[in-house]
Design a protein around this ligand. Structure first.
Ligand SMILES: Cc1cc2nc3c(=O)[nH]c(=O)nc-3n(C[C@H](O)[C@H](O)[C@H](O)COP(=O)(O)OP(=O)(O)OC[C@H]3O[C@@H](n4cnc5c(N)ncnc54)[C@H](O)[C@@H]3O)c2cc1C
Length: 563
């Protein structure tokens, strides 16, 4: 006889406990409606025409189905299939259907190449907003989208090639087929620079290209060598750096996956087993005399790929801003509903400081990403200064802060934040990659120095403009003066390198201060400036803020309106 019957208990009552005080994840599909700062920014940039489209996209990508796809695409990552069943070389990568759903959504939504074929004011902000919404749900798919988008301006300057690839490159159709390029409705383009012996130091590249018919811009070359990181390896083509001859100048080559009806000799050796970004494939490849076309002039290879990186780095900022936003909403939602020590966590004084800091960090990251995107739209000198000087600083600072902010948001959920059934674990695994690829932290800081040294007048004009915007903010003006003095007094580049991280950090914080002061409510700007640049800037750790000093309720309500 079962024990419970012997004890006179009913089987229906056989349960150990009732589950209470557990907060389901924030899984709403109103990513757009819930994001006041994003909606305001889109309006301010003149992209109101995109609002409805963004709202529709938010509902698609925020839907339960898309959220489930994001989980599945990362749990069931890409699989390398080097050969077919009969031993023919394929160099294929197989993806879970969830990956295709998400990448298809991104492409069909227009969030890959919209700003290159739309001339309405606000097009870059509209695109950035769509990219940011998508990045809150799934990050791996942003990689092929980013590289494809950034390849457009380079390829546009090559008339013969553009005539073949322009339409499928700009198309919003989603065509994942591994077939010759000529038959495709749309194509993806990757980027291959990093080699084993040197990634940041691109001059260390040993991959070599040999001209077939005299060579020169638009000429065909045989490319031999390897790439140690080659993301989205099944893309229809990559832009690849290689030396022209063993000791020759560096060139940039269009290396397609198919050459006419034949597979090109780009051999995927294996896929990387990565901490995060698991839905996306990153390969190691060998070029066995693969065929490629020279893009741009001989010797301009690095400059060409650096131009591409000037766009991809903005996407790293936006992708990191999306991670911070996704982490913030989970933290805020959980803290509002989880009770501890007699009240909601969001009401506990120490927790209010943490939530406030996360909310400030999130809006500042968003504003900076959107401003850099907006700068792509305008050739005005100030916009060019934002692009050239502020982008590397923002890439350094926002991508690093995203790691800290995501970890802090995870802790707001306590142990639940750490388990794989929630989104925080995936977000935290994802966060560091934006800081590493497209130029790691130190390299970005050195790039800020290079930009300032090459364009001192642009740097001067930028700080002048900021001085006016921050005229009432003594703390920010003090930081601005110290930064300007460091630039002016230390003309020796090597000496300045010791301060590279401080300079990039200060520049990024000032940029965020300016943007919040001119674009966000005063409550947000006041709290941000004082806690980042003023006397209240005490914490190396997020959350070292006295929430009583600021309009915390208003700032948190703005970050995520209570349902
Ligand atoms: C998931 C993933 C996908 C990737 N996909 C691609 C891809 O598709 N295409 C591609 O080309 N690359 C890709 N990369 C490579 C990436 O861009 C490089 O890893 C990155 O640029 C750093 O190069 P490295 O790994 O050779 O490190 P290194 O260049 O050896 O740098 C190591 C560290 O030293 C620092 N450092 C370098 N120089 C200096 C200096 N002068 N002073 C102070 N510090 C310095 C760097 O900041 C870094 O922290 C990918 C990387 C990852 C992780």
């Amino acid at each position: 006889m079962p024990v419970f019957e012997a004890e006179g208990r009913s089987p229906a009552l056989w349960s150990t406990h009732t589950v209470v005080n557990q907060v389901p994840e924030w899984a709403n599909d109103d990513l757009w409606d819930a994001d006041v700062a994003l909606r305001e920014a889109v309006e301010q940039a003149g992209a109101h025409w995109a609002a409805e489209r963004l709202q529709t996209y938010a509902r698609q990508v925020g839907s339960p189905a898309a959220r489930a796809d994001a989980v599945a695409a990362n749990v069931h990552g890409p699989q390398h299939r080097p050969y077919d069943a009969r031993g023919h070389r394929l160099d294929a990568v197989d993806f879970h259907p969830a990956w295709h759903h998400l990448l298809g959504l991104l492409r069909q939504g227009g969030w890959v190449t919209l700003p290159w074929r739309d001339d309405r004011p606000g097009r870059w902000t509209a695109w950035a907003a769509g990219f940011y919404l998508h990045g809150q749900i799934e990050q791996g798919t942003l990689c092929p989208a980013t590289m494809t988008q950034a390849a457009v301006p380079l390829l546009r300057r090559e008339p013969a090639l553009w005539a073949q690839v322009g339409d499928p490159l700009l198309s919003d159709a989603y065509d994942p087929r591994d077939i010759p390029l000529q038959a495709k409705a749309s194509i993806w383009v990757g980027m291959g620079m990093t080699e084993k012996q040197g990634g940041s130091d691109v001059r260390a590249n040993t991959t070599t290209a040999w001209p077939l018919d005299g060579g020169g811009r638009g000429g065909v070359y045989r490319v031999r060598g390897h790439k140690w990181f080659y993301s989205a390896p099944s893309s229809d083509a990559h832009l690849v750096s290689a030396r022209i001859g063993p000791d020759g100048p560096m060139g940039c080559f269009w290396v397609p996956r198919w050459w006419g009806a034949q597979r090109n000799a780009v051999r995927i050796q294996r896929l990387k087993d990565k901490l995060g970004n698991r839905s996306n494939a990153s390969g190691e490849v060998e070029f066995e005399d693969a065929l490629g076309i020279l893009i741009g002039e001989e010797g301009r290879g690095i400059a060409t790929l650096v131009e591409m990186a000037s766009y991809t780095r903005i996407n790293c900022v936006l992708g990191s801003a999306a991670i911070v936003r996704a982490a913030l909403v989970q933290a805020l939602h959980s803290a509002r509903h989880r009770q501890a020590f007699g009240r909601a966590l969001a009401q506990q004084p120490a927790m209010r400081g943490v939530l406030l800091d996360l909310a400030l960090e999130s809006e500042a990251a968003l504003q900076l990403g959107l401003r850099l995107a907006q700068a792509c739209e305008d050739a005005a000198p100030l916009d060019q200064a934002w692009r050239r000087i502020v982008t590397p600083a923002a890439k350094f600072w926002v991508c690093k802060r995203a790691i800290a902010a995501t970890a802090e948001a995870m802790e707001v959920l306590g142990g639940n934040g750490y388990v794989e059934e929630g989104t925080l674990a995936r977000l935290l695994r994802e966060a560091p990659v934006n800081s590493i690829w497209e130029g790691s932290g130190n390299v970005m800081c050195l790039d800020v120095l290079r930009a300032v040294q090459r364009q001192p007048q642009a740097a001067h004009a930028l700080l002048n403009d900021w001085r006016q915007a921050l005229h009432g903010d003594a703390a920010a003006l003090g930081a601005l003066r110290t930064l300007a003095a460091a630039w002016q007094t230390q003309t020796d580049g090597a000496a300045l390198e010791h301060q590279a991280r401080w300079i990039a950090q200060t520049l990024a914080l000032l940029a965020q201060a300016v943007l919040l002061r001119t674009r966000a409510p005063a409550a947000v700007a006041d709290a941000f400036i004082a806690t980042r640049l003023g006397e209240a800037a005490v914490g190396q750790t997020l959350g070292v803020i006295d929430a009583r000093s600021w309009a915390t309720d208003a700032i948190l309500a703005r970050a995520l309106p209570e349902a």
